[in-house]
Design a protein around this ligand. Structure first.
Ligand SMILES: NC(=O)c1ccc[n+]([C@@H]2O[C@H](COP(=O)([O-])OP(=O)(O)OC[C@H]3O[C@@H](n4cnc5c(N)ncnc54)[C@H](OP(=O)(O)O)[C@@H]3O)[C@@H](O)[C@H]2O)c1
Length: 288
């Protein structure tokens, strides 16, 4: 069996490992939060340090999901963000090149400034926060070092993850408690179910270049949370629409970083919001 190495045991890393373990001998790495997963070997690895594990496993495919994903945290700790989000991927790319492994690097919609939305793969990038800058730098390193690499840009990930909340699980939790939530109605993205992204990555793993791999629907956060309330039978009157000038984030957010998914749709099906939330409900009914 082919060896597939998933780097990063967060929401997406776990979903990719789960999706690949039937067809591949799969290994999954974690950093500061040890984890175990049936059907996968798990190992600790910090991508900013020595990556001897990659050299010893000699995987045919490497899916690099690890990153410092806290957007405000990246603004506050630029050095840490550069190390984890730019130098780490450079390090992994060098090992992939030496071994001839296929590198799939997961990037972000935040490489765009959000002035226009529905970005295509060859549109001009222009990040407006340090998270986006550091991820864009990584794209450059990956492309330069591994010419046959695949860069999969995604947007607002959601799904079940016992280790950490995401927008959907947070909004659900608050509404279940009967808490009112203020949600912006002027920021648009392309929300992506983690398992759908995992399937898309596996479907295009032998392609090269940039792909926009996210949900197929452009939606603002407020409308997204209304759909969450409807899907999970929660009280949508608890959701209060606000505009983003009422929030004071450390890092600027693009107003419309939605992505066009026509290219990936030639290979596999990105889900819209309703389909993604329904799939999440089905997954919740199956024991983890
Ligand atoms: N989440 C989103 O909405 C979103 C949107 C667009 C793009 N993306 C991209 O999608 C990818 C996956 O996101 P996610 O939501 O699955 O992230 P996540 O749940 O925050 O997981 C990120 C993982 O990276 C690991 N990590 C951080 N620094 C590391 C290092 N130096 N060495 C090794 N591992 C390290 C973390 O491990 P520890 O916690 O153990 O340190 C964590 O398990 C990321 O590349 C992200 O930039 C995410």
């Amino acid at each position: 069996m082919t060896e597939l190495l998933v780097i990063g045991g967060g929401l997406l890393g776990r979903a990719v490992a789960k999706a690949s373990r039937e067809s591949f001998r799969t290994a999954l790495t974690y950093n500061s939060h040890p984890l175990q997963m049936e059907g996968c070997a798990t190992y600790p690895m910090d991508i900013t340090g020595r990556v001897d594990l990659i050299r010893s496993l000699k995987p045919e495919y490497i899916v690099l999901t690890a990153a410092m994903t806290n957007v405000d945290g990246c603004e506050e700790d630029r050095q840490g963000a550069w190390k984890a989000n730019a130098l780490g991927p450079k390090n992994v790319a060098s090992a992939a090149k030496d071994l001839g492994s296929k590198l799939i690097y997961v990037s972000t919609d935040y490489v765009f400034d959000g002035e226009r939305g529905m970005y295509r793969e060859d549109d001009q990038t222009s990040p407006i926060n340090y998270y986006g800058e550091s991820k864009l730098a990584a794209e450059g390193f990956v492309r330069e070092i591994c010419q046959d690499s695949l860069i999969a840009r995604t947007s607002v990930l959601y799904g079940w993850n016992p280790a950490k909340q995401n927008f959907v699980t947070w909004a659900m939790e608050e509404m279940k408690k009967g808490n009112r939530i203020n949600i912006v109605n002027d920021q648009f993205t392309s929300p992506t179910l983690s398992s759908n992204l995992a399937d898309m990555i596996l479907a295009i793993k032998d392609q090269t270049g940039v792909f926009h791999t996210c949900g197929s629907e452009r939606i603002n956060r407020y409308d997204f949370s209304i759909k969450i309330a409807k899907a999970f039978c929660l009280d949508e009157s608890l959701i209060n629409p606000i505009t983003s000038n009422h929030l004071s984030w450390k890092a600027r957010r693009p107003m419309d970083s939605s992505l066009d998914t026509s290219k990936v749709s030639r290979f596999t099906k990105p889900l819209n919001v309703e389909e993604g939330l329904n799939a999440m409900i089905m997954q919740g009914m199956v024991a983890e």
